[in-house]
Ligand binder design. Sequence first.
Ligand SMILES: NC(=O)C1=CN([C@@H]2O[C@H](COP(=O)(O)OP(=O)(O)OC[C@H]3O[C@@H](n4cnc5c(N)ncnc54)[C@H](O)[C@@H]3O)[C@@H](O)[C@H]2O)[C@@H](O)CC1
Ligand SMILES: [K+]
Length: 480
Amino acid sequence: MRIEDVYIWDINAKWLGITPYQLMENAGAGVARTIEERFGKGLKIAVFSGTGNNGGDGFVTARHLSFENDVTLFLVGDEAKIRSEEARHNWEILKGLDFVKIRVLKDSTYIRSLDLSGFDVIVDALLGAGTKGEPREPIRSAIEKMNEYAGKAKIVSVDLPSGYPSQVQVKADFTVTFQWDKEEYEGFERVVVKIGYPKELYHIVGPGDAKFALRKKGEHKGQNGKLLIIGGSGDYYGAPYLAARAASYLVDLVYLAMPGYPARRVTDPDLILRPVEGKNFSPGHVEELLSIAEKADAVVIGPGIGLSEETKEFVRRFVRRCEKPMVIDADGLKAIAGDLSVLRGKTFVLTPHAGEFKVLFGVKPEGSFQEKAELVRAKAREIGGVILLKGAYDVISDGEAWKYNRTGNRGMTTGGTGDVLAGLVGALLALGNAPLRAASAGAFINGLAGDMVKEGLGENFTALEVAKKVPHTVRWVVEF
Ligand SMILES: NC(=O)C1=CN([C@@H]2O[C@H](COP(=O)(O)OP(=O)(O)OC[C@H]3O[C@@H](n4cnc5c(N)ncnc54)[C@H](O)[C@@H]3O)[C@@H](O)[C@H]2O)[C@@H](O)CC1
Ligand SMILES: [K+]
């Protein structure tokens, strides 16, 4: 488990309705339980809390321990700085208790003169995951004070030894950390307690994934992604247009390459049209498209591209030679189905529905979403890339992890929502996301946009309405 995942899962847990109050309660209760299991009861215990949520865990720990121990809570810092609702709530509870002694310590000199002899256990809840830089006063003096008692009293840190990873850090006997052991933590003994996250978090796609995928990188044009979309055929222009429209809200530039005939029908000033000669893409266009792809960060190929033999050959040759991350969708999937070896060594997301999946791999995904996920994972591993299987629950895998997405509704069976999805996934690839994250976040945003359209229009809407909801969806995600 990495800290980045914890960030995402926290947000997804909130989306599932799990409140910060519940998590803090479980965290503090877990620390108290661990202490009593290790050291027994009837002890004299000092809890040092900071003003952040690590300190909040300390407030809860103090309350739980107070039932059968003699507890003193030292608040290091200014009471007015206890900002989060849940930490403040637990602080107010503590202040109303008569059997927990409270000392507020703001002055470093005073902290240095404290006598902690007589305490059997010292709980360190000064700084946790929100630590920035070297510990500052008065926290620093409190850390040094606790360390004077290392080896005399038992020192238990909450989440992290305060000060970690600086030189000045608490010398804890052990640290109680929450739910998962994080890969980045090293050099101290950890006990993991669970705080009520459900198993869903390993697999469900939520606003956390989308928020992470949407983080802006640059202030200048072109720094936030350039996407090439290749599609359209005959007089068919709707599919690549929808993909481009949706993507245009996320990236700085969208190049839309289409055969000249359908391209004449697109007049959207937000897109950069790159018409090519003829009614269909054919192998003669490969060099031209590869040189446009050079300028882009990612490519979507397939929407509305058609199934003529020359076009299928074009798709296979282009994919074989393109070095940019790709989304292959719709007719593009049918083109490569004849020769999956073109994917070798490529970075890509395939976005089939169940029927296209069958064409690609010869088996139809069936059964529960977990069963489908196992199949998708096996096939993703075989081809060495990401598969996003569209359905009531979208299932996504890179051959290792698998995810599922629950946003979306029946109205989205309307034609074109798959093109919107392909555009979004392409845009998220162009923003620099790994294919699994781009595919997951794209599925989430697409479904949520559909859900937002449904709120206003019921279940009878069109894909263009879904595309146009993308900016509202993004705002919702960023603000969540
Ligand atoms: N879902 C979650 O995120 C959960 C978080 N929990 C707890 O919340 C903690 C994170 O809480 P916060 O994000 O509030 O962060 P912290 O409580 O770790 O620290 C933030 C506070 O410390 C101050 N600070 C930061 N760096 C400092 C430094 N170098 N010197 C002095 N003061 C400094 C900040 O001004 C702020 O007041 C976790 O470590 C964990 O203990 C738990 O309640 C369980 C659930
Ligand atoms: K701590």
